[in-house]
Design a binder for this molecule. Structure first.
Ligand code: ARG
Length: 406
């Protein structure tokens, strides 16, 4: 199953290649192994995913209907690989992204090992190594592993990032740093998270069916595609804003998942839930995008300014809705591969290098120009449409390990 070793790349260009052998990265002694408390301070160390062997995730029909766009749902079958040319291009885009981060910005980049996803999960198959944001999150000096809701992702962190986690723990130990990795409790055997939900009528697989509608702040789990029988959450349903972590309930994040996260993060971090109105909610990083301390862009069809302001942390922030609806744009200028798993709000899934610089998909010219003109950002345009096709963009495909001044 393990095809390639974890390959940290250093700040020297020759070593940024993903096929370079494992070696000890030379790091400035001032840089911690993991340390991050927001989404915008200068990025200094980063994990970037790998696309090879990605499969369409296979979950029960009610989950696919709740979270995936209707057009391609028949593809979401067990062991069905994404088209090979898309995966190959996605890997090129990820490698290029890694190279740019290393060479142009001096960021230390780690890459996960290559995994044959068809052989994982005891032969039932996994999904991808291209979306590490969903499974891992750094909060202060603690790395938290998600308690994933999806069965096909149960072993994803161990399979793709297990070796990487051991390596950073080893690095931290050698340097005498106090670092904590909070691995998720392992479920062996039957999972209860879909109990009571599997008998929902199948309906027409091409029809867009809501499993249920959830109102703001309702504690009822009935509208969700998972129940609340055990902690479930994806890290991508949460974002750091200093000591306040803002998150959402979703089809992959339940109340017990939020309680679990609250219990494992270090003091003085706290978690607050944003009431989003996204019937297909799964991951908050296409709903809000902080650009820097004090400035946040949001999707106005999924969250209101009033709701954001309810949170103390956003009191004096400049909160800006994206002034157009990407769903209403035609695809004429964008002849890229299908976004099998995401809406066009993925435009907000950009990744900050620091408070001035941000990485945006190169076809999103309207968005890039808006960021430049309206906010004075320096936009780094990189190709990522094939990664988008697999389910996410720059924010999803990364885990920030160290953010902050040296
Ligand atoms: N569910 C979001 C949308 O369709 C996409 C979120 C992707 N994020 C991620 N971390 N994989 O707009």
């Amino acid at each position: 199953m393990v095809l390639k070793e974890d390959t940290p790349s250093s700040t020297t260009p020759q070593q940024a290649s993903t096929t370079s052998p494992t070696f000890k990265p030379t790091v400035a002694s001032t840089m911690p192994t993991i340390s991050a408390s927001n989404e915008w301070s200068p990025l200094r160390s980063l994990l970037i995913g790998r696309a090879s062997h990605s499969l369409f995730p296979s979950e029960p029909p009610h989950m696919t209907r709740a979270t995936m766009p209707s057009a391609h749902r028949s593809q979401f079958r067990s062991l069905n690989p994404f088209p090979a040319h898309i995966v190959a291009k996605a890997d090129e885009e990820l490698d290029n992204f890694a190279r740019v981060m290393t060479e142009r910005f001096g960021i230390k980049v780690y890459r996960p090992r290559e995994v044959d996803w068809a052989k994982t999960n005891m032969g039932t198959g996994g999904y991808t190594g291209a979306m590490p944001r969903d499974g891992l999150m750094v909060v202060g000096n603690t790395m938290v592993e998600a308690c994933m809701g999806w069965g096909c992702r149960r072993d994803e962190v161990e399979d793709a990032y297990g070796g990487f986690l051991q390596m950073i723990m080893q690095e931290a130990r050698e340097r005498g740093e106090s670092v904590r990795i909070c691995r998720a409790p392992k479920i062996v055997g039957r999972d209860s998270v879909y109990d009571g939900l599997l008998d929902l009528p199948d309906g027409d697989p091409d029809e867009h069916v809501d499993v249920g509608v959830h109102g703001p702040n309702e504690s009822s789990e009935m509208g969700w595609a998972i129940n609340n029988t055990r902690p479930a959450f994806d890290c991508a349903d949460f974002m750091r804003f200093g000591t306040t972590i803002i998150g959402q309930l979703s089809h992959v994040t339940n109340r017990k998942g939020v309680d679990y996260l609250r219990a494992v993060i270090p003091e003085p971090y706290t978690v607050e839930l944003l009431n989003t109105t996204d019937d297909h909610a799964m991951h908050i990083d296409a709903t809000i995008l902080p650009l820097r301390q004090g400035t946040l862009i949001y999707c106005p069809t999924r969250v209101t300014e009033e709701e954001l302001r309810r949170h103390e942390v956003f009191k004096n922030w400049d909160l800006r809705p994206l002034p157009w609806n990407p769903e209403e744009e035609t695809d004429e200028e964008d002849d890229g591969p299908p976004r099998y798993m995401c809406s066009k709000w993925l435009v907000l899934n950009a990744m900050s290098v620091d408070e001035k610089r941000i990485v945006v998909e190169e076809k999103q010219e309207r968005f890039a120009r808006w960021l430049e003109q309206e906010f004075g950002m320096e936009v780094v345009r990189l190709p990522f449409r094939h990664v988008n096709s697999l389910g996410g963009s720059f924010h999803c495909a990364t885990v920030d390990l160290v953010r902050g001044e040296s």
